[in-house]
Design a protein around this ligand. Structure first.
Ligand code: FES
Length: 199
């Protein structure tokens, strides 16, 4: 009898743990699951800042962090990628992110849209109708752009973004990708959801 109760207890724990994992991934639509979240996960879903270790990110790589149910991309840009941003400045609609200031914190309102040139940190949601653009980092001729310098392509309606998340001219997306509030805790650790004070 005691064993049976123990097994039932284990099962309940496993179901609760599974609910927590599911709730993190689908928090925007799965409100009932919030009740079963651990306090820290509940706080994250409500908008608390999240921290990420970016120390293992190799040049040219991207990692994804979830913040407020949104995907945040962190790209470690190579010198070539940074050069491609400069080359794209004449082709993008809002090169210094001046149109919608709420999408770019003041400390990222520059050509590279970043605090540290090496790292791009943007919300991976297209500003047109909310699709998820795909990364196309390699500079090469693409079916959607013969003189492609590298960046992000939104397959839904063809918007293009450079390696600073700046939207190309004459595309459906009205704005650059959002830069979330963020700050560096160290050279290898960032906090997303909190503004940088020192930049
Ligand atoms: S949702 Fe990205 S171009 Fe329409």
């Amino acid at each position: 009898m005691a064993d049976k109760e123990l097994d039932a207890g284990k099962r309940r724990f496993l179901i609760a743990a599974t609910s927590v994992a599911g709730g993190i991934a689908t928090v925007a639509t799965a409100v009932p699951l919030v009740a079963s979240m651990l306090p820290s996960e509940r706080a994250k879903a409500a908008g608390a800042p999240v921290e990420a270790d970016i120390g293992k990110l190799a040049p040219g790589e991207m990692t994804r962090v979830e913040w407020r149910g949104k995907p945040v991309w962190v790209v470690r840009r190579t010198p070539e990628m940074l050069e491609s941003v400069k080359q794209s400045s004449g082709r993008v609609a809002d090169p210094r992110s001046e149109r919608k200031k709420e999408l770019t914190p003041e400390y990222a309102r520059n050509e590279l849209r970043s605090i540290k040139p090496e790292y791009l940190i943007v919300v991976g949601i297209c500003t047109h109708l909310g699709c998820s653009p795909v990364d196309k980092f390699k500079a090469q001729a693409e079916p959607f752009e013969s003189d492609w310098k590298g960046g992000f392509y939104c397959p839904c309606h063809g918007s293009l973004f450079d390696l600073a998340g700046r939207v190309y001219k004459n595309k459906p997306a009205p704005d650059n990708l959002e830069v979330p509030p963020h700050t560096y805790l160290s050279d290898t650790r960032i906090r997303i959801g909190e503004d940088s004070k020192g930049a």
